[in-house]
Design a protein around this ligand. Structure first.
Ligand SMILES: *[C@@H]1O[C@H](CO)[C@@H](O)[C@H](O)[C@H]1NC(C)=O
Ligand SMILES: *[C@@H]1O[C@H](CO)[C@@H](O)[C@H](O)[C@H]1NC(C)=O
Ligand SMILES: *[C@@H]1O[C@H](CO)[C@@H](O)[C@H](O)[C@H]1NC(C)=O
Ligand SMILES: *[C@@H]1O[C@H](CO)[C@@H](O)[C@H](O)[C@H]1NC(C)=O
Length: 489
């Protein structure tokens, strides 16, 4: 009996050893061959159906939470589609968003081209007005801050610098949910004079120099978003609260003439790179560092905008990897990175076209990433090869690589990785791989598009940026990526 037990133990021992060995080997294999992620289609479809029914009841979410901790301010960030209170027809909404995204990218391309031609010819080409409010409809994320003691819900934009709100008395104001900002009620409100250096910095920040008026001459600003939407008003200073952290004498635009579809928000928070942006103005407090986690489309999903760089406040699940921003004296607002390669399911694309000046633009306001035609073709070929076996579907708008996945509960998707100078990489979350043109998954497309010409600027859109922590450090001129499942923290 005793003997039997000990031999049993011996056997158990051997078994455990073998098992551990296999398990260890399994982990090893898993790490080496972890080139796919499971996408649960059933969950996504269910969530959309729930949203369609719930959204009528969500009257408004134009009041995001905020808190300050360890020298950083965390602002809850939501997708504003969920704040309209209207019942959403997802098919229509998704299709409209693509059309708007095309116009937004045309605007960016023309703005960048104009800045180049401004340099060559000394003349700025006139901007083509497109449909009103187009650009701002693709800017989908909102946060709430306090200006002059009043709550303001603002659209977040890394592609512009000046922060502004609609102001009383208003010549032209669109409808907003919060009350209008009233400077005459605020003792801390101060106009900015025309001869100040702050007024002069408008030209770099907005493309339009400050206009002088009144006695003493005060500084007036004008920002055009290139699509027919604009804001015009007085440049001023006011006390801003970001979470509980005060920013005194914050320079902002008091907008007296505002036009566009800003979706009920009070204005815009400019997270660009130039002197007048909120990042630069708060750099003595937050060190010139901000980061975000953009949530995907789940019901009520929220992410966060964090001002300040204390790493202990992030909830990243993988370590950060950093790449430098490519400096460009002509385009001081935008963030350009050096994209050196893309890999799909572990296969690195071997095509020319990576690593070129001025780099690829990382933008929170573009939805679908745009790649130069040569790179896009290689990526499409490699993805189609690896994702073969699924029935294809017709392309839609700018999206060419589409599938009918309506009869699948879940699919195994090759992992896409954007690689940057300095051995830095952005792993695209599985939820950022496909764009659902039809909410029943019968037309699901790879969420990447080709530019028309090789010399246009590539853009990393917000679809591929979801569910990760992206850190912008303008003092050290670098951008970092880490995996994170977004929450309001
Ligand atoms: C970051 O957080 C740590 C730990 O809570 C704290 O000791 C440190 O002072 C913070 N750093 C800054 C710059 O606030
Ligand atoms: C700007 O103009 C005001 C009055 O118009 C004057 O008092 C002030 O000294 C000027 N400031 C500068 C920097 O020139
Ligand atoms: C991008 O990085 C690659 C590899 O380090 C380098 O050869 C190339 O010159 C860089 N491009 C730019 C525009 O800095
Ligand atoms: C998609 O596939 C399903 C199941 O195979 C089929 O019934 C349906 O007609 C297809 N839809 C389209 C739009 O092709």
């Amino acid at each position: 009996m005793v003997k039997q037990t000990s031999s049993f133990h011996a056997l158990l021992f051997v078994f455990v050893f073998v098992f551990l060995g296999v398990a260890a080997k399994g982990v090893h294999c898993f790490q080496e061959k972890n080139y796919h992620n499971l996408l649960n289609l059933q969950n996504i479809i269910l969530q959309w159906q729930q949203q369609q029914h719930q959204n009528g009841e969500l009257s408004s979410c134009l009041s995001q939470k905020s808190r300050s901790v360890k020298g950083a301010t965390i602002l809850e960030m939501k997708h504003r589609a969920y704040c309209s209170g209207k019942v959403i027809n997802w098919n229509k909404e998704q299709q409209k968003l693509l059309a708007l995204d095309v116009l937004h990218v045309n605007y960016l391309q023309s703005r960048i081209k104009n800045l180049h031609s401004f340099n060559k010819n000394g003349v700025l080409d006139t901007q083509i007005p497109i449909t009103s409010g187009v650009k701002l409809q693709t800017l989908n994320y909102i946060v709430t801050v306090e200006l002059g003691g009043r709550q303001m819900t603002l659209i977040v934009d890394t592609g512009s610098d000046l922060t502004w709100v609609q102001c009383q008395p208003c010549k032209l104001c669109y409808n907003q949910q919060d009350p209008l900002f009233n400077p005459s009620m605020s003792p801390s409100y101060k106009q900015i004079l025309c001869n100040s250096s702050t007024c002069k910095s408008l030209e770099i920040a907005t493309g339009n120099s400050g206009l002088c008026g009144g006695n003493p001459p005060t500084c007036n600003y004008y920002v055009s978003y290139g699509d027919g939407s604009y804001t015009r008003g007085e440049l001023a200073r006011e006390n801003l609260n970001l979470g509980t952290i005060p920013v005194n004498n914050f320079v902002f635009g008091c907008g007296r003439n505002n036009h566009g579809l800003f979706g009920g928000a009070s204005g815009l928070l400019g997270l660009g790179r130039s002197d007048i942006s909120v990042v630069s103005q708060t750099s003595s407090i937050f060190g010139g560092v901000f980061s975000y986690c953009l949530p995907s489309m789940e019901a009520g999903a929220s992410g966060s905008l964090v001002l300040g760089g204390n790493y202990s406040v992030y909830r990243n699940s993988t370590p950060f990897s950093y790449t430098r921003m490519i400096p460009n004296p002509q385009l001081t607002t935008f963030y350009f990175l050096n994209l050196t390669s893309i890999s799909i399911g572990g296969v690195q694309l071997q095509v020319p076209g990576f690593g070129k000046f001025p780099g690829i633009l990382i933008d929170s306001g573009t939805v679908i990433s745009r790649l130069p035609p040569g790179i896009y073709r290689a990526l499409k070929a490699e993805f189609s090869k690896q994702f073969s076996g699924y029935p294809s579907a017709p392309g839609y708008s700018i999206l060419e690589t589409c599938y009918n996945l309506s009869s699948y509960q879940e699919v195994n998707v090759p992992i896409m990785k954007f690689q940057f100078e300095g051995n830095s990489a952005m792993h695209v979350d599985v939820r950022g791989m496909f764009y659902f043109v039809k909410s029943d998954a019968s037309q699901v497309c790879l969420a990447l598009a080709s530019l028309s010409f090789e010399d246009e600027i590539g853009i990393i859109g917000n679809y591929q940026q979801r569910n990760q922590r992206i850190v912008y450090d303008i003092k050290e001129s670098k951008v970092g990526f880490a995996g994170e499942t977004c929450s309001s923290m």
